[in-house]
Design a protein around this ligand. Structure first.
Ligand code: URP
Ligand code: ZN
Ligand code: ZN
Length: 470
């Protein structure tokens, strides 16, 4: 198929101008003013009048957990339902996490995640590999990751006894990653302290969801963020902090950037909204807000908005890891530490960031594109194939109506989960057409995607190796 999008406001991380965009097959063929209908030997394109609409690169969510088995259950979206929801929110590619189990090879971990996506995926997806058991053999095996299309490794300083690495192992993996051109990305909380606080809280009879946040204090995130950055510096590696939530951790990233360290960070859309008070909602409703790191304070959210505007934060992701309230969050009704950690957001990310970021003039349209598509593509080895509106780039394009107002609700969202964090919240702006590799998959309320048509993304080297962090 070919489409000629006429008179859109074309927004990229660098430009904002009215023009046309020609899609031929899977790629963007041309971008400009008054484009002729044919550039190559393709069929006559379908003409789409985009007057009043914005055309942007499809969103890239670099932090998702589809079909993640954890907390004695499984996250509620699989690679089909999660990707349908992503598309309705304007996201056209994502990177999930292939978690190494202890004793497993990295190849086995990757194969297990490929099997989850096989036959289900609609949009393109990649994998970070989480290294939890860094034996000498595994460090050696890391050398295969670039050939397997993996250019980032996830390391945990939290979840003691499950995923957490010692400082020594963290350092060894970062040093090997630097050698291989792999970007280390880190969940930064002080797992040893959290483990003690959780055990003490349970022993004292504290069982309610609010204790999830009280046993994971902000100092833990600040300390571990600082430590991760310093360990990576000593290892000669750049570093990317996932799901950053609070002021001091943000300062640690800003300070590292000021001294020239290649330190990058993402926040997730939910941390711009919710606070520790939401975990205290009555009737166990606080469990809907249990995720790690936990929600903080209004001042922290305000600092994160500033970090997005001033460039300290490079990415807004989701950490989409949904669990149904009625049947899964309730696993922790008797004990907060049994509540599955994670929240749904894959469909909401662009909608909320556009409405409260761009429409409220906290972010420019180009910053919005940079944070949701272009920086993720650059940092995770997908640029300019993804994250760009340029000839030769994949035609992952969102046509966005910036005027339409609508209300977020679990009754109408596409995520396979029984609640929406933004239930009843009115937002402005939504995708009206979403293209993935030239295929029109969302057209208004219609969904046209086919399971099994999404492709695995062989990712290249992260721009973090070339860049200074700002
Ligand atoms: O609560 C969360 N974030 N669940 C998913 C796992 C992780 O730490 O990213
Ligand atoms: Zn995490
Ligand atoms: Zn996560």
């Amino acid at each position: 198929m070919a489409y000629l999008i006429r008179n859109a406001r074309l927004i990229t991380a660098a430009d904002d101008a009215t023009g046309d965009l020609l899609i031929e097959g899977e790629q963007i063929a041309a971008v400009g003013r008054n484009l002729p209908e044919r550039i190559g030997p393709q069929l006559r394109p379908e003409i789409l009048d985009a007057d009043g609409l914005w055309a942007m690169p499809g969103g890239i969510d670099v932090h998702t957990h589809l079909e993640l088995y954890s907390w004695d259950t499984v996250s509620a979206d699989d690679f089909y339902t999660g990707q349908v929801a992503a598309l309705f929110g304007g996201t056209t590619a994502h990177i999930d996490f292939a978690n190494q189990a202890r004793g497993q090879t990295l190849r086995e971990a990757l194969d297990a995640w490929h099997a989850r996506a096989e036959g289900k995926a609609i949009i393109d997806y990649g994998f970070h590999v989480s290294i939890t058991d860094p034996t000498d053999a595994v460090l050696h095996e890391m050398g295969q990751l670039p050939a397997w299309g993996v250019s980032s490794v996830k390391l945990f300083l939290a979840y003691k006894g499950v995923y957490q690495l010692s400082d020594g192992d963290f350092f060894r993996v970062c040093r090997r990653a630097a050698e291989l051109g792999l970007l280390p990305i880190v969940h930064a909380e002080t797992g040893d302290v959290i483990d003690i606080l959780v055990r003490e809280a349970i022993a004292a009879g504290h069982t309610e969801p609010i204790w999830h946040a009280r046993t994971r204090p902000p100092e833990c995130e600040a300390e571990a963020t600082h430590r991760a950055i310093r360990l990576a510096e000593m290892a000669g590696a750049p570093i990317y902090i996932v799901h950053l939530t609070q002021r001091e951790a943000l300062q640690a990233v800003a300070h590292a950037q000021q001294r020239g360290t290649r330190a990058f960070a993402e926040t997730c859309i939910q941390y711009l909204y919710w606070t520790i008070d939401d975990l205290a909602r009555p009737d166990f409703e606080g469990a809907k807000f249990v995720c790690s790191p936990p929600f903080r304070t209004r001042d922290d959210s305000a600092a994160l908005w500033r970090g997005l505007a001033d460039g300290t934060l490079a990415v807004v992701a989701t950490d989409h890891c949904p669990f149904n309230f009625a049947t899964q969050k309730t696993l922790g009704r008797e004990r907060f530490d049994k509540i599955p950690n994670g929240v749904p957001a894959i469909e909401d990310r662009l909608l909320l960031l556009f409405s409260d970021g761009v429409m409220q003039e906290r972010l420019t349209p180009s910053q919005f594109v940079a944070l949701t598509a272009t920086n993720p593509a650059k940092l995770f080895g997908l640029y300019p194939r993804k994250g760009a509106l340029a000839p030769g780039s994949d035609a992952d394009v969102v046509l966005w109506d910036p005027t339409v107002r609508h209300v977020r609700s679990a009754r109408t969202h596409h995520m396979n989960v029984d609640y929406n964090l933004w239930e009843g919240v009115e937002v402005q702006g939504k995708p009206v057409k979403v293209f993935s590799r030239g295929r029109l998959l969302v057209d208004g309320d219609d969904f046209r995607g086919e399971p099994g048509t999404g492709r695995y993304l062989y990712r290249g080297r992260s721009a973090a190796f070339a860049a200074s962090s700002r």
